[in-house]
Each structure stands twice: as structure tokens, then as C-alpha cells.
Design a protein around this ligand. Structure first.
Ligand SMILES: [Fe+2]
Length: 129
């Protein structure tokens, strides 16, 4: 409950993020309904490394963003300590990077632009279908 209320709902007030999530849902539904398990895994990784554990750059500064970070004191402290060692968000790389859901994350990605990510997701979807 705390994770959803504190981590997932507030960023939906950002129109760019809300638009991305809407499109993510459309793409995910289409792919899941088509039984494309590998592509579903790729989308899970995108969700993990951005929606749950992503940083975002704002005015040149790294900002904590993901719900998995924002709703966990331990993850927040750990992630913030690594803010100078973030990996630049790259959709292809993220989609090919496995994750573990049962541990504190050891690497985080930073995204520069949510609209750009949505555009890249659309391009990926067009290539996939
Ligand atoms: Fe979550």
C-alpha cells in the first residue's frame, strides 16, 4: 500500500510520465495477448529499471524517481550514494539486462527524457510487430 501510494501514484501527476505509462499499457497488452513471452520480459526490464528503480535528470541533476526507490528508505540511501555512478538509460541495453527483485539494486540507470523514452518504446514496438 505504501509502495503504491508513495511510489507509483505521485509520478502519474507528471503528464509525460502518465502518457508513457498509458502507452506502456497499450504496448504491453498487445504483446502479452499475442503470447510474446520474450518481449514481455523485455518490457518487464524496462519497467524495472525505469518505473521502479530509475533516476531522471532534471536541470542537469540526477533525481531519484522510481517507485522502488522512493518507497524504501534503505533503497533511497543506497541509490543516492551511487548517484555519481549511474548508467545512461539505453532502451536496448535495459531490455537485455536481467534483474533481481529480492535484493537492493547494485546499478541504476538515469533517463534524460520521458517523451524520448516513449518515442523509443514506440519504435521498438513497430520493429517488434
Ligand atoms: Fe511497484
Amino acid at each position: 500500500m505504501f509502495h503504491d501510494t508513495f511510489g507509483h501514484i505521485p509520478p502519474l501527476m507528471n503528464l509525460d510520465f502518465a502518457s508513457f505509462m498509458h502507452r506502456f499499457g497499450e504496448v504491453g497488452t498487445a504483446i502479452a495477448n499475442d503470447g510474446r513471452d520474450f518481449q514481455v520480459t523485455q518490457l518487464q526490464r524496462l519497467y524495472w529499471f525505469f518505473v521502479e528503480f530509475g533516476f531522471i535528470r532534471e536541470d542537469g541533476e540526477a533525481k531519484l524517481f522510481g517507485a522502488g526507490i522512493m518507497s524504501s528508505y534503505g533503497e533511497t540511501s543506497h541509490a543516492w550514494a551511487l548517484r555519481n555512478k549511474l548508467k545512461v538509460f539505453n532502451l536496448e541495453e535495459v531490455m537485455s539486462t536481467p534483474f533481481r527483485a529480492d535484493v537492493i539494486q547494485h546499478e541504476y540507470y538515469i533517463l534524460d527524457s520521458i517523451p524520448e523514452l516513449e518515442s523509443n518504446l514506440n519504435h521498438w514496438f513497430e520493429r517488434t510487430y
